[in-house]
Design a protein around this ligand. Structure first.
Ligand SMILES: NC(=O)c1ccc[n+]([C@@H]2O[C@H](COP(=O)([O-])OP(=O)(O)OC[C@H]3O[C@@H](n4cnc5c(N)ncnc54)[C@H](OP(=O)(O)O)[C@@H]3O)[C@@H](O)[C@H]2O)c1
Length: 220
């Protein structure tokens, strides 16, 4: 599949590399495709990945991944050009984190709104699936978890798009997905992240993930 990853931070790089490793035709989008550190990364680690502007990458992808800073996500969609998203599946990995008061972050908005919903509203034809936002970039591809392989949370309004994203998630080494429902559930998927940051800080490791563990079935 042709995949466009909009965002050249650690998340964009991890997913672009992982997806290219699964033989997808991947482009990574940025405002500065010729930025020397990115060019060096492409040569050293990003085998099969090409860089381009946000517009070029949105044009390239049959499926798009949004992996920009949360507060820049809607601006990046404008830079890429709303029509280029069409009715494509868009995996939204972003979080509306607010670091204005320092670390640990809070949310820019939430509980009655979410970035996932704002992205879906801005791209009414596209099928936005919120996924990967709750785990660190270090675990997005081929996760190694001491308690076993976990499922990833996702939500979105389109069932077929969620099935498609579920296939990608499993191809990247996860055991499956937990479908929370429509894109409105992004409120809670995003709200988990400031908690994750605090739990990770307490554990003194950012290479940790929440998992939904099942106890034995309760009879009756
Ligand atoms: N870090 C993690 O482990 C992690 C895990 C789960 C979810 N997330 C979420 O994933 C997203 C990406 O995180 P990240 O840590 O990889 O990188 P990031 O530093 O949050 O974002 C980097 C990307 O955002 C773009 N960007 C930043 N400011 C911009 C602006 N004013 N206008 C246009 N583009 C702008 C950058 O564009 P250029 O390429 O042009 O510089 C770059 O591509 C975030 O929303 C984050 O909350 C992060």
């Amino acid at each position: 599949m042709k995949i466009g990853v909009l965002g050249s931070g650690v998340v964009g790089k991890a997913l672009a590399k992982g997806l290219a490793g699964r033989k997808h035709d991947v482009m990574i989008g940025t405002r500065s495709p010729n930025d020397p550190p990115l060019v060096a990364w492409l040569a050293k680690e990003g085998e099969g990945v090409r860089a381009g502007s946000f517009a070029q990458v949105a044009e390239h992808g049959e499926l798009l991944v949004l992996a920009t800073k949360g507060e820049a996500a809607l601006d990046v969609i404008d830079l890429a050009g709303v029509p280029r998203f069409g009715a494509k599946v868009v995996i939204d990995t972003t979080n509306p984190l607010d670091f204005s008061a320092g670390f640990p972050p809070t949310l820019l908005f939430g509980f009655t709104d979410s970035l996932g919903e704002r992205v879906q509203k801005k791209l009414p034809e596209a099928k936005v699936v919120k996924c990967f936002n709750t785990v660190p970039n270090s675990l997005m591809v081929d996760p190694v978890l001491t308690d076993g392989i976990a499922e990833l949370l996702l939500c979105g309004d389109d069932a077929e798009a969620k099935r498609k994203v579920g296939g990608i998630v499993r191809s990247l080494g996860w055991s499956g997905t937990i479908d929370l429902g429509g894109i409105q559930e992004a409120r809670w998927q995003e709200a988990l992240v400031p908690l994750w940051v605090r739990a990770a800080a307490a554990k003194q490791s950012f290479n940790v993930a929440f998992t939904v563990a099942s106890g034995p079935a309760i009879p009756g």
